[in-house]
Write a protein that binds this ligand. Structure first.
Ligand SMILES: [Zn+2]
Ligand SMILES: [Zn+2]
Length: 245
């Protein structure tokens, strides 16, 4: 009771000294309690909810009916078992993810943890043996100083004993992928990831963590390397997913 009182007192002092701001528009907020979005930006969040594709997690526009496989997943398959994302990649989430990479790290992490905890049950991801953040190329890692996917893994799964940034290596730099089509991305990424110690993933279930699922090419290439090294099930969790046009 006393500890809780002290906690809210310290939060109030902190809010006074470092006024919390909306992760998307920068407007001052009354409290640093997550989620750190003002009412207007929170209105622009789009949660991904059923009905979705049971494999890639793509949401279906028609709210009627249950989860099922989407057309592309019926025609071809991924190397991961299922991919799930919390939100569509709309402006407020894009800005929060940008903050995660380039500045307001603590506030963004607290906000993603808040959303993940609220929706963990509905995501229905099996607890994995290993949690593997999608690695950055060492050069990019040196520039940024940290891997945002690793920060997310530690924030969302604080008690998990096997968060392993050392298992997968990005050994080839790839050009920025943002403007490329899925097919070109896939070609660029071919062989870009390597499992460092296959013995550590053989027969294990793995959860891959990344900030955004764009075409799925990156996580699929990671999943391919992991499966090739003998991993069992590979699941994917991202904070956001780009909506197909
Ligand atoms: Zn805002
Ligand atoms: Zn699908």
């Amino acid at each position: 009771m006393i500890a809780a009182g002290l906690g809210s007192f310290l939060r109030a002092v902190q809010d006074l000294c470092f006024p919390p701001r909306c992760l998307a528009c920068g407007q001052r907020l009354a409290s640093s309690r997550p989620p750190l979005f003002c009412a207007s930006c929170a209105g622009g969040l789009r949660s991904i909810a059923s009905p979705i594709c049971t494999s890639c997690g793509r949401p279906f526009p028609d709210a009627a009916g249950g989860d099922h496989l989407c057309g592309p997943c019926l025609r071809g398959s991924w190397h991961f078992t299922r991919a799930r994302a919390l939100f569509l990649y709309t402006t407020p989430i894009a800005k929060a993810i940008h903050g995660l990479k380039y500045g307001h790290t603590t506030a963004a992490l607290a906000t993603f943890r808040f959303f993940f905890q609220a929706r963990q049950a509905e995501l229905a991801l099996a607890i994995p043996d290993r949690i593997v953040p999608v690695p950055l190329h060492p050069h990019r890692l040196r520039q940024r100083g940290f891997n945002q996917a690793l920060l997310l893994a530690r924030t969302l799964f604080p008690g998990h004993p096997d968060i392993r940034p050392d298992l997968l290596e990005r050994h080839r730099a790839t050009p920025p992928q943002t403007r490329l089509s899925g097919e070109v991305r896939r070609r660029n990424l071919k062989g870009a990831f390597r499992v460092v110690n296959p013995g550590e993933v053989a027969g294990k279930s793995v959860l891959l963590l990344d900030d955004v699922f764009t075409t799925g090419a990156t996580v699929d290439e990671c999943a391919r390397a992991l499966r090739h090294a003998g991993a069992g099930e590979v699941q994917v969790l991202t904070m956001a997913r780009v909506e197909e046009s």
